[in-house]
Design a protein around this ligand. Structure first.
Ligand code: UD1
Ligand code: CA
Length: 460
């Protein structure tokens, strides 16, 4: 099928009461619009035109696909006007044009395919995807005649009391012959309650011209739920969450409580991994097999091997974790943390831009930043890499089999050679040679018969 897609995403989404364009509001950590773009991509269209307006530059950023043509609607004069903005971009295109609202992320490509198949089969000039819903409030209502043929769409604000009782709604999804569309758009006006150019008016116009109008009812009405306010945003997120979680569970992942587990659809998780409640996994994260994660853990754009255990309340962003690693509870892995096989990161430990070698342990209350740790290193409790001098970041290198005593300050740039040891409570600011012991702290002194209370002294 020769197909072009037009997505209307220029509106500012007044009802969201937001500075962020509506289509960029995140659902499971991804902008709402990206779900629709994925569904559209699966249709292999010849052209995709995205109508942008409100904060156009930001909307453009979310899609790097070269296939998309952007057109700008400078003034938001209505959906009909928005669709017409795509005209110049498609002036040489002949075929079917699928027009979609940008604010309904639940639609699936299989429903869109079915819809377009029906459009072709019926040889319609215009097909509309509709839904039967219990509470049609806010949507345009589908008007049909005695024969069941669609004769028009009336917006909620323009509808009479009887029309408002109609529970078949317009999803904002249209498939039209290019030969019909541009002519029909010429005829619409803004004489309505909102003084907007309604795209929906092309339906009545087609009917009047005795063209073939085809109303197709979607089988799952959830798929066409639009997002106009934040309550609808949360509803849409709960539906998407359930879709993702269900498919993960079917593929062999245990979710202890899918209700409170938020995973973006791009995330990959291996079988026999168990996820505890209140866990969020977003971005391009990949989790291996036999891992145990959570509860209350946040993971973003990170890659885990197999048999990784992340205990309660960790935050992990942009990190790489190899096999057989234990992390947490309460650990913070920041961008470019790289934890090698069998390493251990314990409670209240922060790791940033550092490689922790195989079998190494940072078990308690430490900060490791801009560091390279070799294998089987032991970092004592309370150790800090002092990586920042107020101007620049400096590197710490700790070679294989080093033992860093508790509460060591490693003042970078610094290198601790193979097998070396540092004494507890040391401030180490000079390189430590291989195999040596470095102690950098004041010697202990003893003052005998020390009375803590001065009055006690006087009495004696
Ligand atoms: C629209 C339909 C309504 C349908 C509903 C489905 C019209 C007149 N009404 O109403 O029949 O039931 O969708 O969800 O079409 N947009 C622009 N430029 C504009 C105005 C809107 O690009 O000037 C975009 C918006 O960014 C949005 C989409 O068009 O993505 C729909 O606009 P919105 O204002 O949400 O329309 P609804 O009132 O929901
Ligand atoms: Ca809408």
């Amino acid at each position: 099928m020769n197909l072009a897609v037009v997505i209307l995403a220029a509106g500012m989404g007044k009802r969201m009461k937001s500075d962020i364009p509506k289509v960029l509001h995140p659902v499971l950590g991804r902008p709402m619009l990206s779900y629709l773009l994925d569904a559209v991509n699966n249709l292999s269209p010849k052209r995709v035109v995205l109508v942008v307006g409100h904060r156009a530059q930001d909307v453009k950023k979310i899609s790097d696909s070269k296939k998309i043509t952007y057109v700008v609607q400078t003034k938001q004069l209505g959906t009909g006007h928005a669709a017409n903005c795509a005209k110049s971009a498609l002036k040489n295109f002949k075929g079917n044009i699928l027009i979609l609202n940008g604010d309904f992320p639940l639609i699936t490509s299989s429903s869109l395919k079915k819809f377009m198949k029906d459009h072709e089969k019926k040889n319609a000039d215009l097909s509309i995807l509709t839904a039967l819903i219990d509470d049609p409030h806010g949507y345009g209502r589908i008007k049909r005649d005695q024969n069941g043929d669609v004769i028009g769409i009336v917006e909620e604000k323009d509808a009479s009391r009887e029309e408002r009782l109609i529970n078949e709604i317009n999803s904002g999804t249209y498939c039209v012959k290019s030969s019909f569309l541009w002519n029909a758009l010429k005829k619409i006006n803004s004489r309505n309650k909102q003084s907007e150019y309604y795209l929906t008016d092309i339906v009545q116009s087609a009917h009047k011209d005795s063209l073939k109008v085809n109303g197709v009812i979607v089988s799952d009405s959830d798929e066409v739920m639009g997002v106009n306010d934040r309550s609808e945003l949360s509803y849409v997120q709960s539906v998407l969450k359930w879709r993702v979680n269900e498919s993960l569970m079917r593929s062999g992942v245990t979710l202890i409580d899918p209700e409170t587990t938020y995973i973006s659809p791009e995330v990959r998780i291996g079988r026999d991994t168990t996820i505890y409640p209140n866990t969020h996994i977003y971005g391009k994260s990949q989790i291996g097999r036999d891992c145990v994660i959570g509860p209350s853990t946040w993971i973003e754009d990170s890659k885990f091997g197999n048999r990784v255990t992340i205990r309660s309340s960790c935050r992990i962003t942009n990190a790489t974790i190899n096999n057989n690693v234990n992390i947490g509870p309460f650990a913070h892995l920041r961008p470019e943390a790289q934890i090698m096989d069998g390493a251990k990161i314990g409670n209240f430990v922060e790791i940033k831009k550092s490689k922790i070698g195989p079998g190494s342990k940072v078990s308690h209350l430490s900060y490791v930043g801009d560091a390279m740790l070799g294998k089987d290193v032991n970092i004592g409790a309370g150790t800090i890499t002092c990586n920042y001098d107020g101007f620049e970041k400096h590197k710490t290198v700790v070679e294989d089999n080093v033992f860093i005593g508790s509460d060591t300050m490693l003042v970078a740039p610094i290198k601790v050679g193979k097998g070396a040891t540092t004494g507890a409570g040391s401030t180490i600011s000079k390189d430590v040679p291989e195999g040596s012991l470095a102690i950098g702290r004041a010697r202990q002194i003893i003052i005998k018969d020390w009375k803590r209370n001065p009055k006690e002294k006087k009495r004696k």
